[in-house]
Design a protein around this ligand. Structure first.
Ligand SMILES: [Zn+2]
Length: 475
């Protein structure tokens, strides 16, 4: 007997049974969310050779991409606001509603919003959210579709006709004057059309469009039709060649391993090892998970020492492997402990942030007209001073710059700026611009002046003003 054949079941029983099944499904949904949330939080997808929770849901649980995304988003929201679990289990809120509400929930409004969204459709919840958090009007916009037409049809050389339309070419169906929400609003993506044929759709900005037109024009001798698919193919060839050289150490003339670096000691991985390892591992993560499954990740790849450097691991072809970022971190935590790896990661992030801030301050000083060596001395001189914010860091660098200039003048050196000052023993000070207030960061060149103290009394006669970088006359 086919259990799915319900021909003989009375109407009343079918309806009751359906309601019971739906209730059971909702209860199960809440349980599934709780389990997905826990697997996600514990990163249990990593031992299963998946680099992300989404990958685990798709590759191991065999959910569709959309179903996986929705359940992960709902699970994360429900872990933040556990009342969501009950709302889902009791059928008051569907998963789409949970995902829609999630960005707008706070501890203060979660009960109220769940109550108002109970048994509401997606459209009704959208109205509820719009009422709760009104968005701005969508600006009217007209797309310049005629440019795309020009790009696709191309200006074929006189006497020649365009070749057959390729997948990347637009048809004449696009009319000028279309508003946002039409073709431009469609998501970029690649869609299979037929065996070995794909439709590629994307929206580009003016700069990219101009590059494409220029490449199309420069390739007219090789691609007279201007076929975008062929132009794109050549562009990708050029890009991949560059990427393979920079990220895979590929070269037309491989050099013999340098003795100094081929010893394999330290963290440096020689180019010949990089090439051999990526070729051996097939440019794919080599992590093998439970059950012998290999991670499928081909992005965010990193080279990893099989044996940590601290334990004598060497950068040889046998001692290096390809891992995705998630599994590289997973392996590091397994070998060294999560606490140590976390501390190292935090330290690396802090160092990166400090370097970025230093570059920001350096650029600010350069905009003031400070020479590169002096700017570096000022940054070095202010490195130990406490600075609670980016603005304070810039202020400290400016004060240190005063010390740099003062030292130069007192020592009788011939610094670029001080030597032009008419004062025999000028002193350099940093003065906040009284008209603009003390703010100096980023716009320091306009709002702050680094100048000789003599300029305060005789601004017009002192060339030290050149250091101010200001286009306005001194007060
Ligand atoms: Zn992996």
């Amino acid at each position: 007997m086919n259990r799915y054949s319900l021909d003989d079941v009375p109407d009343r029983r079918i309806v009751d049974r359906l309601r019971a099944l739906i209730a059971h499904e909702r209860s199960t949904d809440a349980e599934v969310l709780a389990h997905i949330g826990e697997v996600d939080a514990r990163k249990l997808y990593l031992p299963a050779a998946c680099s992300t929770m989404h990958g685990y849901c798709v590759q191991v649980l065999h959910l569709s991409e959309d179903a996986a995304w929705k359940r992960i988003a709902a699970a994360r929201a429900a872990r933040r606001f556990p009342a969501m679990f009950d709302a889902v289990a009791e059928g008051r809120l569907h998963l789409s509603g949970v995902v829609m509400l999630a960005p707008h929930l706070t501890d203060a409004n979660v009960a109220m919003l769940i109550d108002q969204a109970t048994h509401r459709s997606k459209a009704e919840i959208a109205v509820l959210i719009a009422r709760h958090a009104p968005g701005r009007d969508v600006p009217a916009r007209v797309e310049r579709m005629h440019d795309q037409l020009g790009l696709a049809a191309g200006a074929s050389p006189p006497g020649q006709t365009s070749g057959p339309s390729g997948p990347g070419q637009t048809s004449g169906a696009s009319a000028p004057g279309r508003t946002a929400g039409d073709a431009g609003a469609k998501r970029a993506g690649v869609r299979p059309l037929a065996p070995e044929r794909f439709a590629l759709q994307l929206t580009v900005d003016q700069t990219t469009h101009d590059k494409l037109v220029r490449a199309q024009a420069m390739l007219r001798h090789q691609v007279p039709s201007g076929d975008l698919a062929k132009v794109l193919d050549r562009a990708l060839d050029a890009l991949l060649d560059t990427l393979e050289r920079s990220k895979r150490a590929k070269t037309d003339v491989p050099r013999a391993p340098v003795a100094r670096r081929s010893t394999g000691k330290g963290r440096h991985v020689p180019n010949h090892v990089v090439r051999a390892v990526f070729e051996r591992d097939g440019e794919r993560c080599t992590f093998i998970g439970d059950g012998g499954r290999r991670c499928e990740e081909r992005g965010f790849l990193e080279l990893d020492h099989v044996e940590p450097v601290a334990r004598g691991g060497e950068a040889t072809v046998e001692g290096i492997r390809v891992l995705c970022r998630s599994h590289n971190q997973h392996e590091a935590e397994r070998l060294l402990g999560a606490e140590l790896v976390g501390a190292r990661r935090d330290a690396a992030r802090a160092a990166t942030a400090a370097r970025a801030l230093e570059q920001d301050v350096l650029a600010g000083l350069r905009r003031l007209g400070v020479t590169l060596p002096d700017a570096r001395r000022a940054i070095a001189g202010s490195a130990g001073r406490p600075a609670a914010s980016d603005e304070e860091r810039m202020r400290q660098a400016l004060l240190a710059l005063g010390d740099v200039y003062g030292t130069r003048c007192a020592e009788g050196a011939r610094p670029t700026l001080a030597s032009r000052c008419r004062e025999s023993t000028p002193r350099w000070t940093i003065e906040p611009d009284r008209r603009a207030g003390p703010e100096v960061r980023a716009t320091a060149g306009r709002r702050s002046r680094a100048c000789c103290s003599s300029t305060s009394s005789s601004a017009a006669s002192c060339a030290g003003r050149a250091a101010s970088g200001s286009s306005r006359p001194d007060p």
